[in-house]
Design a binder for this molecule. Structure first.
Ligand code: BYC
Ligand code: FE
Ligand code: FE
Length: 478
C-alpha cells in the first residue's frame, strides 16, 4: 500500500519529497493555481466554511476525510491508485507487453495531447459553474456544487502532475496554459465544445453533472486502460471522485422531476403555464434541457469514424471502457456497423473496429445515460403522470462527427435546416424557457431548513448528517 504524506505543501502518495526538481516545479505552479482558483473558482464564497470531503489517502474506505474548510485552503493533492503488480498492456498492438513507466518517445506528442485535453476540461467546468452559488436551491446543494468544484480542481492537479513529471519543459508550459484558457472566451477558449457552453442555472448544472461529467467517467475508464501506467493509476483514482459527480446529477434531476410530478398530481394540472405559475419546471422544459446537454456531451466522444481513435487504440494510449469485458483485445479484424450518411440518406455501413473506437465508447455512455433516464421515469410514474423523458437520437443537434453537417429531429430523421429552425424551440431551451428557469433561481437559499420550490428534498444528508445540517457556514453569518 502506498504511503501518503500529508504534512507537505502538496499532499501526495507519489514520494514527491524524493524528487526535489519535480517538487519545486509543482510548488512553483501551486500559487498560480490558487490565483486561478480565487479568480475563476466559486464566486463570492471563498471565506465560507464548507463541509467538504478531502482525499487524504487512496485506501478504499480511508481516503475520504470530511471537515469544514475554506475553499482556497482545500488540500489539493496528488494521488495515484496503487500499482497493479506485473501489469501488462491490455489491448492494441502491444497486447501482453509490460506497461510503460516512462513515456516512449514516439508516443510523446499524442499522449501529451490526451492529457492536456483531459486536464483542460477540469478547470473549464469550474469556470462554467462559478456563479451558481448565488442561486442555490439549498445549502445541501450548495455544498455539493463546491464539492464537485474542488474535486475538478484536484483532477487538474492530477493531469498537471503527469505533465510536470513526464513531459519536462513543454509539460510545464502546458500546465501554465491550462490556467490561462477560459471557458467561453472566444480569444482563449477551452479545448472541447461543451466546456465553452454557459452553465448558469441549476437545471443546467444537474444536466451537466449527469451528462457531461459522465463523459468524464467514460473517458477516464478508457484512459485507465492506458499502457502508460502513471496515467492509468491517476485516472483510476479520479474515477472514485467522479462517482459523486454522477450522484449529484442523477439525484439532482431526479429531485426536480419528482417535485414537478408531485405538484402535477396534487394540483391536477398539466399545462406548462399552470405549472410554471406553481413554481415548478414543467416536464417538456426538462426534456429540452436534457436534449441540449445530452447532444453537447455526445460531441465530446469525437467523430464516429476517427483515425485518432484508431491510432490511440493501436499504440495502447487509450483503450475501451472495461477493456477486459471485450473479447478481441487487438480489434484488428473486427468491424463495427454504424449509421452513416450516403448520398444524403442514412445507411448502415461496416467500419473497421479500430476506427470506430470513439463510437464504441459512446455506446457504453448512451447505455449508462439510459439507466438514469429510466430511474427518472420511475419517479414520474410513481405519481401516476403519463409522461416519459427520452434520450433523443444520437444524430440530433450534433456539432462533431458525421452528423455535424446535417440536421435531424430528435427521432433522428434527416430534415431540412429550415424545418429544424422552425421546430427548434420545441426541442431545445428557447430564450423564454431560459428566462423562466432563471426566474425560479433569482435568490440563493442559505437557510439550511429551506428548499427551493422547484426541487424535492434529497433522501438523505451527507456522511450521516441531517438534510438541514449547516453544510456551508456563510462567513457573514458566523
Ligand atoms: N470539441 O478524431 P476525432 C471530463 C477535434 S470530460 C472540439 O473525431 P478524437 C469532465 C479533435 O481534437 C472528459 N473539438 O476525435 C467532465 C480532432 O482535432 P484534430 C474529457 C473536438 O481525437 C465534466 C478532430 O476534432 N477527457 O473529464 O478521437 C467536468 C477530430 O477528432 C471535439 C477527454 O476527452 C469536441 N467535442 O477524440 C469536468 C479524454 N471532438 O486532430 C471534467 C481525452 C473532437 O483534427 N481526449 N474534436 O486537430 C480524447 O480522448 C480525444 O481528444 C477526444 C476526441 C475523445 C476528445
Ligand atoms: Fe473531473
Ligand atoms: Fe467530474
Amino acid at each position: 500500500m502506498s504511503t501518503v504524506v500529508n504534512s507537505e505543501r502538496i499532499p501526495n502518495n507519489v514520494h514527491l519529497a524524493d524528487d526535489k526538481r519535480l517538487q519545486r516545479a509543482l510548488e512553483a505552479w501551486q500559487p498560480n493555481y490558487i490565483n486561478w482558483w480565487k479568480e475563476m473558482g466559486p464566486h463570492g464564497f471563498m471565506e465560507d466554511n464548507v463541509f467538504l470531503r478531502t482525499a487524504i489517502s487512496v485506501e478504499s474506505d480511508g481516503w475520504a476525510n470530511f471537515d469544514y474548510v475554506k475553499m482556497p485552503d482545500y488540500r489539493w493533492g496528488i494521488f495515484l491508485a496503487d500499482a497493479v503488480k506485473d501489469r501488462t498492456i491490455g489491448f492494441g498492438d502491444h497486447l501482453g507487453e509490460p506497461v510503460w513507466q516512462q513515456v516512449p518517445g514516439e508516443h510523446r506528442n499524442a499522449l501529451r495531447r490526451l492529457i492536456v485535453t483531459q486536464g483542460d476540461t477540469e478547470p473549464a467546468s469550474v469556470e462554467q459553474q462559478r456563479m451558481l452559488g448565488h442561486s442555490c436551491p439549498s445549502v445541501y446543494d450548495l455544498r455539493n456544487l463546491f464539492q464537485v468544484n474542488v474535486e475538478e480542481g484536484r483532477h487538474l492537479w492530477a493531469m498537471v502532475y503527469l505533465l510536470h513529471t513526464y513531459f519536462a519543459k513543454d509539460g510545464r508550459e502546458e500546465a501554465e496554459a491550462l490556467l490561462e484558457r477560459r471557458s467561453g472566451d472566444p480569444n482563449k477558449p477551452r479545448i472541447l465544445g461543451a466546456f465553452n457552453e454557459p452553465c448558469t442555472d441549476w437545471l443546467s448544472f444537474f444536466m451537466f453533472t449527469f451528462f457531461t461529467d459522465r463523459d468524464g467517467k467514460f473517458q477516464l475508464l478508457a484512459l485507465a486502460e492506458s499502457a502508460f501506467d502513471p496515467l492509468s493509476r491517476t485516472t483510476r483514482f479520479m474515477l472514485t471522485e467522479e462517482a459523486h459527480h454522477m450522484f449529484v446529477g442523477e439525484t439532482g434531476i431526479g429531485r426536480v422531476v419528482d417535485r414537478t410530478a408531485h405538484i402535477m398530481k396534487e394540483s391536477k394540472k398539466d399545462h406548462p403555464d399552470d405549472l410554471r405559475k406553481l413554481g415548478v419546471i414543467d416536464l417538456p422544459t426538462i426534456q429540452k434541457y436534457l436534449n441540449l446537454w445530452y447532444s453537447l456531451s455526445l460531441d465530446l466522444f469525437g467523430g464516429e469514424i476517427s483515425s485518432n481513435a484508431a491510432a490511440s487504440f493501436a499504440t495502447g494510449l487509450k483503450g475501451r471502457a472495461k477493456e477486459e469485458q471485450h473479447e478481441d483485445h487487438r480489434a484488428l479484424t473486427g468491424v463495427y456497423a454504424m449509421d452513416v450518411l450516403k448520398d444524403g440518406k442514412i445507411a448502415r455501413e461496416e467500419v473497421p473496429l479500430r476506427n470506430a473506437m470513439d463510437d464504441v465508447l459512446r455506446d457504453a455512455y448512451v447505455d449508462d445515460c439510459q439507466r438514469g433516464v429510466d430511474k427518472w421515469n420511475r419517479f414520474i410514474d410513481a405519481h401516476g403522470i403519463p409522461f416519459k423523458l427520452t434520450l433523443p437520437s444520437r444524430r440530433f443537434h450534433r456539432h462533431i462527427g458525421l452528423y455535424s453537417d446535417v440536421t435531424c429531429d430528435p427521432q433522428g430523421n434527416l430534415i431540412s435546416r429550415e424545418a429544424f429552425e422552425a421546430k427548434k424551440a420545441e426541442w431545445l431551451p428557447s430564450e423564454a424557457d431560459k428566462t423562466f428557469v432563471k426566474s425560479l433561481m433569482t435568490k440563493p437559499i442559505y437557510d439550511p431548513k429551506q428548499m427551493a420550490s422547484w426541487i424535492s428534498a434529497p433522501k438523505q444528508g451527507i456522511r450521516g448528517r441531517a438534510i438541514d445540517f449547516e453544510y456551508v457556514r456563510r462567513a457573514e453569518a458566523s
